[in-house]
Write a protein of this length. Structure first.
Length: 238
């Protein structure tokens, strides 16, 4: 069975039972994204953020393996790559962004995408932490100390990836604003059990010796390389 949805919108001042100015929006596209309004100019002109990188990532997906979208935001990677994977786990801890992610998955009718509202970190980080929100679009939010102005905070749950006891992971995308090293420290068993899947990740420090050394020395990857043409994104090589 496959459930399809439409959107009904009403003016804020309406009584619930007043149907005078309500609108019905029927969406027939197989991919439907709920995206932050403050970036509408970019989306209208250029399409999805990192669209070329998402397309490039398709080569690392396998229909018999799991894709982990760690820091999924509103789900652009998760939705665009879902048909190429057996299962997608989309991790997004920020409340409103998580709701947008769930809505995008629902409207796109993606049955193999599971949205999980937790942040991933190290064993030492497990518990309730404060998420610093620095942008109205939900991007850049982090549990790490911030140099930028903090617009708001939320309390979020941190778990290790290993606590989910996943295996058969074929590809990982990780964009969690400075918490990448801690996330990997909580992912050791999952990564090794899955045979060291390819990981693409963000690092705003171009030469991040502690993070890169951990990937090679502790996780057993051969090297880390910058992704050509993309700022601050790197890929593991086994």
């Amino acid at each position: 069975m496959s459930t399809k949805y439409f959107i009904l919108s009403k003016p804020k001042s309406d009584r619930v039972d007043d149907t005078t100015d309500h609108q019905i929006h029927v969406i027939n596209s197989p991919l439907t994204f709920i995206l932050p309004y403050n970036n509408i100019g970019y989306y209208s002109t250029h399409g999805l953020f990192e669209s070329s990188l998402i397309e490039w990532c398709k080569q690392y997906c396998n229909k018999n393996q799991i894709f982990l979208d760690i820091g999924a935001h509103s789900g652009t990677y998760s939705l665009c790559l879902s048909d190429l994977c057996k299962k997608v786990y989309s991790f997004e801890p920020q409340q409103q962004t998580y709701y947008a992610l769930c809505g995008s998955v629902c409207l796109s009718n993606k049955k193999n995408v599971e949205c999980i509202r937790v942040g991933l970190g190290s064993p030492e980080q497990v518990g309730i932490k404060t998420l610093n929100i620095i942008s109205p679009d939900g991007g850049g939010s982090s549990i790490q100390p911030q140099n930028s102005q903090v617009l708001g905070v939320e309390e979020i749950e941190i778990r290790t990836l290993d606590s989910f006891q996943l295996d058969n992971v074929g590809f990982i995308k990780m964009d969690i604003e400075g918490n990448e090293l801690d996330c990997l420290k909580g992912s050791v068993e999952t990564i090794k059990r899955s045979g060291n899947p390819t990981i693409i990740f963000e690092s705003n420090t171009p030469n991040n010796p502690e993070l890169f050394k951990y990937i090679v020395k502790e996780l057993g990857y051969r090297s880390v390389f910058p992704i050509t043409g993309v700022n601050n994104m790197f890929i593991t090589v086994k």
